[in-house]
Write a protein that binds this ligand. Structure first.
Ligand code: ATP
Length: 444
């Protein structure tokens, strides 16, 4: 059974994710990626980037500022009362909780001290900051609460620059900040996190069609990256749950150890965003129908995922424990081996080079292979400590698809043993063909 605790421990132990500012006691809702986490998170973003920008000729990238004009957030509705999450405050300990979470869990008293709760109230989730030398109301601005607003304000710039026609999309990967009242479940809910958002601009009459299209496309993306079908589902939002801008919304939910929760939202935002930004900025963001000459605002179909939430979901999905072990000869039921069956595209390390023993001759040859693989662009690891079984085990635990051993026979036949993480099958591959063999197999 995979628990959140096991994932948190693995992440800490193997340098995937650490609590933010840990030596100072941490800072709630912040986490830092370690060496392996950097690679895993980067691979997830790269798979998204490839899907959106590489495989579509009508989706374009943007990288907008985290700091934006305050008016942007007025136009988007983030600073008005209607947007923010309703909270209930404990009258005794003054801790605040999301009203919808309390209702969901049928909790009527303060979860921390049992005190009486206030009626639900709305609070602003945007993180405030001040720009310039004077900290007053005029210098107040916000760290962006979502990446998508940076897409809308660039709608006209991008459409003109690339001469795009509807339908077309604009996507962005970047940091977002929310003063979440109850951050938690490790990197599931953070105060600083990264989003991967794609906004697809369509004619209003085609919005329903593209909403369905993107729902299916996004689900396929998860499945293609090896996520288990039974751990994914759609959850349509009920009418009374829809955000102020949304005409339709469905979450893609993942079956986390702490329940089914959203990892991505697919929304039909209607003409809310472009009409509001036209109104607030004075810049006309409407289009004209060439046939009827009538003006209209494109509708927006949004796909919005969190890179950190996906990192957590992919880690959980890949986590396997093999009781009795598989690399050891002394099979004991107390022996539990962890194998992270991450998709090869996502695995942080692609190949580990392991000389069979610490003999100089083997180490020297193994290091030559290692640097060849590095030069070929593969993320590698090198390990010459302890027994080969233990070294396989360490690589299995971080999901390395291939381990290469250079042994005494290699000296004579110029071949190495390549061991597959999942099947544990071992192949002898000529050193001269190794990087090509690996690249082909990593792609397959
Ligand atoms: P929730 O209901 O969980 O607060 P949301 O509906 O507010 O999420 P969106 O605004 O739709 O989330 O954001 C889109 C995606 O961004 C989410 O599906 C999630 O993957 C990610 N995300 C949102 N908030 C956070 C957060 N605090 N920490 C990590 N990821 C987040």
């Amino acid at each position: 059974m995979v628990t959140l605790e096991k994932i948190v421990n693995l992440c800490k132990r193997r340098g995937i994710i650490f609590p933010g500012s840990e030596i100072y006691g941490g800072l709630a809702g912040t986490y830092d990626y370690g060496p392996l986490g950097v690679e895993l998170n980067r691979n997830i973003k790269e798979a998204w980037r490839r899907e959106m920008f590489q495989l579509h000729s009508n989706i374009f990238g943007v990288d907008s500022s985290i700091l934006m004009q305050r008016r942007v957030w007025e136009a988007s509705g983030h600073t008005s009362a209607g947007f923010t999450d309703p909270l209930q405050e404990c009258k005794k300990c003054h801790h605040r909780f999301r009203a919808d979470h309390l209702t969901e869990q049928r909790i009527a008293k303060c979860p921390d001290c049992g005190g009486e709760l206030t009626e639900p109230k709305r609070f602003n989730l945007l993180v405030e900051t001040h720009l310039g030398p004077v900290k007053d109301d005029a210098s107040l601005t916000y760290l962006r609460g979502e990446t998508t607003q940076g897409i809308y304000v660039n709608y006209r710039n991008i459409k003109t620059a690339v001469r795009a026609e509807l339908p077309f999309g604009i996507g962005q990967i970047g940091k977002a900040f929310r003063n979440e009242i109850t951050p938690g479940h490790f990197i599931y809910r953070m105060r600083e996190f990264e989003q991967m958002e794609m906004q697809y601009f369509v004619r209003p009459e085609e919005a329903d069609k593209y909403f369905d299209h993107w729902k299916e496309e996004r689900l396929k993306w998860y499945l293609a990256l090896g996520m288990k079908k039974e751990n994914l589902r759609f959850r349509p939002h009920a009418k009374d749950e829809l955000a102020h801008y949304a005409r339709a919304a469905e979450d893609i939910e993942y079956n986390f150890p702490f329940g089914w929760h959203e990892i991505e939202g697919i929304h039909n935002r209607g003409d809310w965003d472009l009409s509001r930004h036209s109104e607030f900025s004075g810049e006309d963001l409407s289009e004209t129908d060439p046939k009827t000459d009538k003006k209209f605002y494109p509708y927006i179909i949004e796909t919005s995922a969190g890179a950190d939430r996906l990192t957590l979901a992919f880690l959980i999905d890949a986590y396997n424990e093999i009781v009795g072990g598989r690399t050891t000869t002394t099979k004991s039921t107390k022996d539990v081996e962890v194998v992270l069956r991450l998709h090869k595209k996502l695995a942080p390390v692609k190949v580990a080079v392991l000389p069979l023993s610490k003999k100089d001759q083997l180490i020297k040859a193994a290091k030559e292979i290692l640097f060849d693989l590095k030069r070929a662009g593969l993320v590698t690891d090198y390990d010459d400590t302890q027994s080969i079984g233990r070294r396989y085990r360490r690589q299995d635990e971080i999901g390395t698809p291939y381990c290469i051993t250079f042994d005494f026979e290699s000296v004579n036949d110029q071949k190495v043993t390549v061991r597959d993480r999942d099947s544990m099958k071992q192949d002898r591959v000529a050193i001269a063909e190794l990087s090509l063999w690996l690249k082909e197999n990593l792609e397959s």
